[in-house]
Write a protein that binds this ligand. Structure first.
Ligand code: SER
Length: 411
């Protein structure tokens, strides 16, 4: 295959779009059928609020409960939302909504083949030198022995290997399909410092691609049953890959966020650092969630959306209460539509912006009410008690983080 990372097209020019296409085509050339990525909403009956990984919609097929209509080799790009990462958003790598590149062998080729292709794509396809890669492998525990075949393959391919226990076991929950995994890490250090340490000892080793050997089923009592037909499930965060390939230290410096990082500070001067990143991430994520048909609410998915919008507004209004999402350039909403395809609902900027604006107005009214309540004499000149917080939340819908957040004034 032709390397993407060649002289005529230096690393920094590899666009997100090209990265994505290279991944999908690599697996198509090896007999995989491309799935249309599902929306963020899991299939009916699934208890989770949002799809959190590329394999999630494929769980029944990985368990071998039924054959997949497209066959035993699959590839896809799946958008995911992880609320567990919400508090980390604003740093250089965590996004609320991200895309996962995935490949699967549903009882077809083995885990070793997957590792070999993983190396080939990163090394020959994307041009990442072997000296900048490190692999990790499951070292065994009380129930399952060490993953010796993977150790051998990485040895053949010339990659250094670190062996771990918990970090190299993958499951999607306490029960269900699971198994040992092997992860490929890449050394990221733009100042040219040569690789040092190992993935667990130096954070400049960034986890890029996880290859899971899905060969057990965990039962309620913790016991493991071998799957009749083991599968392989791999997942790699697109945005993280793009950050590495474009030689950046932060996803916000890649082409994916370039228009955001250019237009948002023009719109709202003074926003910078973590606040700017949080606003860009939450706005982009809110547009995606709205595009998948979710509407703000006080429970479930709608509550996640509401939290996203309120967090971004809290950040925006801290410095300047006149800022409004109504000013958001249409171009940014359209960009989300182009980069995250296949929406359930039209993401026409009109309706999406109208929804955002309506939620902004609701939040504005809640803040007004909060200010009026807290201005009452009974709250003045004393710290709030636990009982006050309970009353404010229960009776007036004012959560503690909002009361303490500085937008309601001092009392
Ligand atoms: N299931 C694994 C993960 O989410 C690989 O797709 O990392």
């Amino acid at each position: 295959m032709n390397a993407v990372h060649d002289d005529s097209n230096s690393g920094k020019n590899i666009s997100t779009e090209r990265t994505l296409r290279t991944f999908v085509e690599f697996f198509e050339e090896r007999g995989h059928r491309a799935l249309t990525g599902s929306s963020l909403l899991p299939p009916p009956g699934d208890p989770v609020l949002f799809t959190t990984s590329g394999m999630h919609p494929l769980t029944p097929y990985l368990e071998g409960l039924r054959p997949h209509p497209l066959g035993r080799r699959l590839v896809n790009v799946q958008r995911c939302l992880r609320t567990t990462d919400l508090d980390e958003v604003g740093d250089s790598s965590h996004l609320t909504v991200f895309e996962m590149l995935g490949s699967w062998s549903l009882g077809d080729y083995d885990h070793g083949q997957s590792l070999r292709w993983g190396f080939e794509l990163l090394h020959d396809g994307f041009g990442i030198p072997a000296e900048r890669m490190y692999a990790t492998v499951f070292d065994g525990d009380e129930q399952v022995g060490p993953d010796l075949p993977s150790l051998e393959i990485w040895g053949e391919l010339g990659l250094p290997v670190e062996r771990t226990r918990d970090d190299n076991w993958w499951s999607n929950g306490p029960t269900g399909p699971c198994g040992p995994d092997s992860e490929i890490f890449v050394w990221t250090c733009p100042d040219g410092t040569p690789p040092r340490g190992t993935p667990t000892t130096d954070p400049r080793w960034v986890e890029l691609w996880n290859h899971v050997s899905m060969r057990h089923l965990r039962h309620d009592d913790g016991s493991l049953e071998p799957l009749a037909r083991p599968s392989v499930d791999t997942g790699m965060g697109l945005e993280r890959l793009v950050t590495v390939l474009q030689g950046r230290t932060s996803v916000y410096e890649t082409d994916l966020f370039e228009p955001w990082m250019r237009l948002v500070p023009q719109l709202w001067p003074g926003l910078d650092g973590d606040s700017l990143r949080l606003v860009c991430d939450h706005l982009r994520s809110a547009v995606v969630v709205l595009g998948d048909g979710v509407r703000p609410a006080n429970t479930g998915r709608g509550y996640v959306l509401r939290r996203l919008v309120r967090r971004l507004l809290t950040t925006l209004w801290r410095d300047d209460p006149s800022r409004t999402v109504a000013d958001l350039p249409v171009e940014l909403v359209e960009l989300v539509e182009q980069t995250l395809r296949h929406f359930r609902q039209s993401t026409d900027s009109g309706p999406v912006l109208a929804q955002l604006r309506a939620e902004e107005e609701r939040f504005g009214r809640l803040l007004d009410r909060g200010r009026r309540v807290l201005a009452r004499r009974e709250f003045r000149g004393r710290p709030l008690s636990e009982q006050d917080y309970f009353y404010l939340h229960d009776t007036h819908g004012l959560p503690r983080e909002l009361v303490d957040g500085g937008l309601l004034g001092t009392w």
